[in-house]
Design a protein around this ligand. Structure first.
Ligand SMILES: Cc1cc2nc3c(=O)[nH]c(=O)nc-3n(C[C@H](O)[C@H](O)[C@H](O)COP(=O)(O)OP(=O)(O)OC[C@H]3O[C@@H](n4cnc5c(N)ncnc54)[C@H](O)[C@@H]3O)c2cc1C
Length: 416
């Protein structure tokens, strides 16, 4: 089995890369240990976040750092046992979040986020997946007047500087949009109107992978860690023992990427922010119409295909260490107070890992000093949003075309 390009990893990022390379006339094999869209791209909150032009910076306020350091926050927790491994990347993350550095990073990040809806729209149309998508935006709920006013001011800035649209909702308007939510706890909300949402994010990845297959692409199964350099390029072994070869390889293994690239001498300081989800039965008289973020508590609830999906914030832990879903348990209690919800639907909380870089930007392009190896990973909180844009940009780089935006800020050779 011989291809021009082997794409390792069939999450939102890998599938999108495979589709765009295929569109450039390359013969492409997509390679994963399981069906497409079963990992991080399955369990996320399902928002194509056109509003997310400013990536999550490391908090700089001492009050926030203090509560985080003592593990008293709901939106972020850490495993002390992970600190020896993550302290270095976190220190860099802290430095990149200093105001001047952060503003430059945010400007670069915004250039990619601006491509998110259009690049998904093209693939959604081609994949005939319109029925999976809702276009009503999402709500950022606020509990205090002071924070609501700050959120409104920030939304105005994003509109002015990045064309991000929103509506400002007072308590009454919010109650009309979401009558199921308990009144009195909230003072209003920012309604981000541009983002699109998915009731089953994994199904969209699956629809994109089916499009790739219909267009003649091949999905193969096996362990990407079998990758080897050969005289002619690259090879992996499928789980059936067959050898697959290609001139070039794209590593798009999400949070597992560096496990492979390290073997070829490329070990950027990636760390993961783990997150959990659980589905709950919706009570008949307490319907939720939108995706809602309880901004001041740090969790999100979404009306998804399998029930109301509660997703948690960041847990700084090693990717393979056992689940500790304390944030989920604590947020569940708060969520029940805000919106009466039914029983848990899943037997266990789902756990995933956001692949994060200290400078908050994905890594897209040629792997330094490894000819024929390319990468697309490190999309942190917005990999579902940025998958198709990544595919388009990487395919342009790999075929010698000029990408739509400057790719230097996202290069694998940058200083992390
Ligand atoms: C709780 C939570 C909520 C989120 N909400 C959002 C959101 O609303 N919007 C948004 O844009 N982003 C969101 N994200 C982030 C987003 O989900 C990720 O950035 C994105 O899914 C990463 O995609 P990926 O393709 O890089 O990785 P993945 O989807 O994890 O894909 C990696 C693939 O590599 C495969 N793989 C790994 N190792 C091997 C191996 N050895 N051999 C073969 N195959 C292998 C896996 O099977 C998998 O299919 C959220 C994340 C979490 C955890």
């Amino acid at each position: 089995m011989k291809y021009d390009v082997l794409v390792l990893g069939a999450g939102m990022v890998g599938v999108s890369c495979a589709l765009h390379l295929q569109a450039k006339g390359k013969s492409v094999a997509l390679f994963d240990r399981q069906e497409a869209g079963q990992e991080t791209s399955f369990g996320n909150a399902g928002i194509i976040q056109r509003e997310a032009v400013r990536p999550y910076g490391f908090p700089r306020a001492l009050s926030v750092i203090g509560t985080a350091a003592t593990n008293r926050r709901l939106d972020v927790r850490y495993h002390a046992s992970a600190l020896p491994r993550v302290a270095g990347p976190l220190l860099r993350y802290f430095n990149h979040s200093a105001p001047a550095a952060y503003e430059k990073i945010a400007a670069d990040y915004a250039s990619m986020i601006a491509m998110s809806i259009d690049t998904h729209a093209d693939l959604i149309k081609a994949a005939q997946a319109e029925s999976l998508v809702e276009k009503q935006g999402w709500l950022m709920l606020m509990r205090s007047q002071k924070n609501l006013e700050a959120a409104f001011a920030e939304a105005d800035t994003l509109q002015r500087e990045h064309g991000v649209n929103h509506r400002k909702l007072n308590q009454q308007q919010l109650a009309e949009l979401e009558p199921g939510i308990a009144k009195g706890q909230l003072v209003g909300a920012v309604h981000w109107t541009d983002p699109w949402t998915l009731r089953s994010p994994g199904d969209l990845v699956k629809a994109y992978a089916e499009l790739f297959n219909r267009r003649g692409g091949e999905m193969l199964f096996g362990d990407a860690l079998t990758l080897e350099k050969t005289a002619a390029g690259w090879q992996v072994r499928t789980r059936d023992g067959e050898t697959v070869t290609a001139a070039e390889v794209v590593i798009a293994l999400g949070p597992w990427t560096t496990k492979l690239t390290e073997r070829f001498g490329f070990a950027p300081p990636m760390f993961v922010k783990r997150g959990y989800h659980m589905h709950y039965a919706a009570l008949p008289d307490r319907k939720l119409n939108h995706w809602v973020l309880d901004e001041e508590r740090g969790y999100l609830i979404a009306p998804m295909k399998n029930g109301l999906r509660l997703t948690t914030g960041a847990e700084l832990a090693l990717i393979d260490s056992p689940s500790t879903p304390k944030q989920l348990i604590d947020c569940e209690a708060i969520a029940r107070d805000l919106l009466p919800i039914g029983d848990r639907v899943d037997p266990e909380p789902w756990k995933g890992a956001r692949p994060c870089m200290p400078d908050m930007k994905p890594v897209i392009g040629a792997v330094p000093d490894v000819p024929g190896m390319w990468c697309a990973f490190g999309h942190g909180h917005q990999g579902f949003t940025l998958g198709p844009a990544t595919g388009e940009l990487l395919a342009a780089l790999m075929t010698g075309e000029k990408p739509q935006i400057d790719m230097q800020p996202f290069s694998a050779g940058r200083r992390f």
